[in-house]
Design a protein around this ligand. Structure first.
Ligand SMILES: Nc1ncnc2c1ncn2[C@@H]1O[C@H](COP(=O)(O)OP(=O)(O)OP(=O)(O)O)[C@@H](O)[C@H]1O
Length: 259
């Protein structure tokens, strides 16, 4: 189910503005890959280019290649909606649908995909997804209650349940813990660890300790100068990035000398 992603010479634009330049990397399946780097270096932009979410912004486009298990994501025949179904996304702020129950929130993606299903099938998806997101025991007795009634950390796990309900191959997470307290953060980090046995996970984080705790590989992005495009400075196993990085700029960043 989980897929690997190969990125080659990727340039990412907002109109004429080149935001990220020349990224090449191989993202492993069934592993966690983290992106770190100072604000504005293009981590989120790059993440969104991995499931064609970038191009929903008018004028936004990419040049180069993103290949997911042999299929080029940007081939003309590829349906971006299908790509986003296979490569799910979890955002910085938990965003359950405010008028929907917990149950309906989990199924929102499946319904959007126009999948008609029996009640028993829907029940199974809800239970499986909430169990997968480590939320089942906390909510199983109030599935009909609003998703917005949950704590921030529970809402984020509900969003993860919604993302995995459509059985994606890859999960992209853009700072999934930045709005959460330390206990909820620890719960999400545990969950990321559990999910990697089934999914390819890519996470953007501002928290270097988090990258060190949860990821197998780390990419460090940086800007050469203000106004210059962001680029990938180093991509290596996380242990190496945090103990013996290849690049001086990585060393300076992880030791807190800038950013
Ligand atoms: N919708 C947009 N339109 C135009 N430029 C954008 C847009 N979104 C981001 N940018 C620009 O692209 C560059 C990269 O931004 P991006 O948000 O990807 O960086 P980031 O590393 O994720 O930053 P942060 O850590 O602060 O979230 C920045 O110069 C930013 O101003």
């Amino acid at each position: 189910m989980a897929k690997s992603i190969s990125v080659k010479d990727l340039d990412i634009y907002y109109g004429d503005f080149l935001a990220v330049q020349g990224v090449t990397m191989s993202i492993k399946s069934k592993a966690v890959t983290a992106f770190i780097g100072p604000s504005g270096c293009g981590k989120s932009t790059f993440l969104r280019s991995l499931n064609r979410m970038h191009e929903v912004i008018p004028g936004a486009r990419v040049e180069g290649d993103v290949v997911v298990d042999g299929q080029s994501l940007y081939d003309p025949g590829v349906d971006p909606v299908a790509v986003r179904r296979e490569i799910g996304m979890v955002f910085q702020r938990p965003n359950p649908f405010p008028t929907m129950s917990i149950y309906d929130n989990v199924l929102a993606g499946n319904k959007l995909n126009n999948k008609r299903m029996k009640k028993s099938e829907a029940d199974d998806i809800v239970e499986r997804s909430l169990k997968g997101a480590n939320l089942w025991t906390e909510v199983k007795d109030r599935l009909g209650k609003p998703g917005m009634g949950l704590s921030g950390g529970q809402q984020q796990r509900l969003c993860i349940a919604r993302a995995i309900a459509v059985q994606p191959q890859v999960l992209l997470m853009d700072e999934p813990c930045s709005a959460l307290d330390p206990i909820s953060t620890a719960a999400i980090e545990d969950l990321i660890h559990d999910l990697k046995s089934d999914y390819t996970i890519v996470i953007v984080t501002h928290n270097m300790q988090q990258a060190a705790r949860v990821s197998d590989d780390t990419g460090f992005f940086n800007l050469k100068a203000v106004g210059e495009p962001g680029h990938l400075v180093e991509f290596n196993p996380t242990k190496q990035v945090f103990s013996n990085p290849d690049n001086e700029a990585t060393e300076a960043y992880i030791s807190g000398r800038f950013g």
